[in-house]
Design a protein around this ligand. Structure first.
Ligand SMILES: Nc1ccn([C@@H]2O[C@H](COP(=O)(O)O)[C@@H](O)[C@H]2O)c(=O)n1
Ligand SMILES: C[C@@]1(CO)OP(=O)(O)OP(=O)(O)OC[C@H]1O
Length: 160
């Protein structure tokens, strides 16, 4: 097997009256994230990292925002698809590392549940999945609480 790296990045704006769903976990918070789907910024970055590792485009190619089917869609659907693409190539996910960038909500208390959910969706052990967080020291749109960013990196092993 040969290792292929992939990276992903996503941003969603904060919005009133929406759930705050990050890495498949609903977090109690006064706002949520706006998007065409459920706006799970962590899963979207992770999907893009996997598609990138496979050189199979990005989440918008597989799930176009122009298609009403994906309105308010559970992003678990997208991550399962990314996992299926790894399997279709005869590969396996070696590891994934997701970073959530925001001041609030605090992510660390939810990181164990997030890791467990992502591992379940990807069909890998929890040790293969990392979820961590950082602020931007109150700078920029994340610092002002206008939105949340996420970045992800993966190593996918594929047959030579
Ligand atoms: N939304 C966040 C942001 C950060 N954390 C945790 O706090 C630590 C310190 O953050 P800095 O940006 O000051 O480096 C960070 O390492 C995380 O453990 C968090 O849980 N949720
Ligand atoms: C996930 C999709 C699905 O329509 O919609 P959004 O929730 O807007 O999320 P984004 O990260 O902008 O990716 C684009 C779309 O593929």
């Amino acid at each position: 097997m040969i290792p292929r790296i992939g990276t992903g990045f996503d941003v969603h704006a904060m919005a009133e009256g929406r759930p705050m769903i990050i890495c498949g976990v609903t977090i109690p918070f006064e706002k949520g994230l706006a998007g065409h789907s459920d706006a799970d910024v962590g899963i979207h970055a992770l999907c893009d990292a996997i598609y990138g590792a496979l050189a199979e485009g990005d989440i918008g190619r597989h799930f176009p925002p122009s298609e009403n089917t994906w309105k308010d869609a559970d992003s678990a659907r997208f991550l399962r698809h990314a996992a299926e693409r790894i399997a279709a190539r005869g590969g396996r996910l070696a590891n994934a590392d997701v970073t959530i960038i925001c001041e609030r909500p605090k992510i660390t208390p939810h990181a164990p549940a997030m890791r467990a959910r992502l591992a379940e969706l990807l069909g890998v052990g929890i040790d293969a999945i990392s979820v961590k967080a950082t602020t931007t020291e109150q700078l920029g749109f994340t610092g002002r609480g206008e939105g949340i960013a996420a970045q992800a990196a993966v190593i996918v092993l594929v047959p030579a």
